[in-house]
Design a protein around this ligand. Sequence first.
Ligand code: ADP
Length: 445
Amino acid sequence: MTIKKRIVIWYTIWMALLVVIASAVLLSGSGALIRREAIAEMEETVHDAAEDIRIRAGHLVFDDDIDFFDDGVYFSIWQDGTVIDGRVPDTIGTFPPSSGGVSSVDGEEGLWYCFDLLLGEGYALRGAVRAYDMGAVASSLQLLVLLLLPLLVVLAAFGGYFIVRKAFQSADRVIESAGEIAVSDDMSKRIALSGGDDEIHRMAASFDLVLDRIEEAFEKERQFTSDASHELRTPISVILAEAEYAERHVGEDEKIRESLGVIARQAGKMSRLVAELLMIARSDKGTLKMVPERFDLCELVSVVLSTLEEEAGERGIALSVKGPEHMWVEADQDMITRVMINFVSNAIAYGRSGGWVIVRLSLSEGDAVISVEDNGIGIGREHLGRIWDRFYQVDPSRSSGRSGAGLGLSIVEGIAKAHGGSVSAESEEGQGSTFTFRFPAERPG
Ligand code: ADP
């Protein structure tokens, strides 16, 4: 469940609960409260009226004219238990005001409240009021509570939902942009959430700051690889040249010749490694530029296979090509050669002795597709996603005699990017692998 829903459900439940409790208290208290208020009001009216009545020599004297119906209250004057003046509602009968105070009478048309005030010398003043009026007030209040409060809860729930939804729309935008950044190769992309300064906008701005730092760190690493490769190139070339020269002129000393041979081979290996690193650094920086030329891909493949024939023969691996006789493409010939050498030499190195390697060439939807299939040792599912990472090797001891550094496939990936193409690998451990490289056969424009 989303946070949005959780927040709205949480406070709606609490508000509804609060409204139920408040309504219950209000409804149960309101009837009694209104009744008490009405009785107190009636008592006051009766007391007010009594102020205008005096008893002189056993007779009642009125200071003012008494209105025997005032504010919904009926007044009656009693002497020794009998009505002598005023108005008595028919329905409540004429029970005597014996001891004064409040009493309720169940009349024919409903409940009445009476308040009797003893005036002395057998006289009493009675006020009577109908109870149903109070009930009407109470029930209209109840109606108000029962309708208005749930309406307020519904309004609050909707209002809250829209506010939370609006806030979370920004969060959704952050999630979407972050997802796009995660799958894209472009390190310069940012969330760049505009139009507000709430928590979500501040969070997006912090993310962008972190991305700035990450991009900076990546840039430094790329620069370092590129600079280090450049700086290493010259001394390695010198070592290689000097070792080869010394090897040629060392004379008869076998041991020294052997070690010079080792130095030359290792320097050669270092030189290739540095060249590969430089290529990867260029690919990372986006400066690995292809130089397109038109050539026959079938011819290129057969040249590559012929150079690798000896290597394959040593392991009893048969190389074959399937596809058209000619296939003209526009691409960087050196780079495509590198891809082919990498795929085929890997297929031989990780192939089965006495096995086969098939190179397939085809055109599909304007793309040239090269696939190299072998029936070798294959790659486990857990490694398959990582073989494109630089320096990643499934197990260096698996290759038969060849010592790579795990950079070959990273370079192939960079070459695919430079051509606007793609690479993929399928493999079954123990069964063999198929590596596919595709790129647009014609350059646009
Ligand atoms: P390496 O220099 O080690 O060959 P790559 O980048 O070319 O480096 O390949 C990375 C890893 O992928 C290799 O170490 C190897 O284990 C695996 N691999 C590549 N091609 C094949 C293949 N045809 N069959 C089995 N494993 C392969």
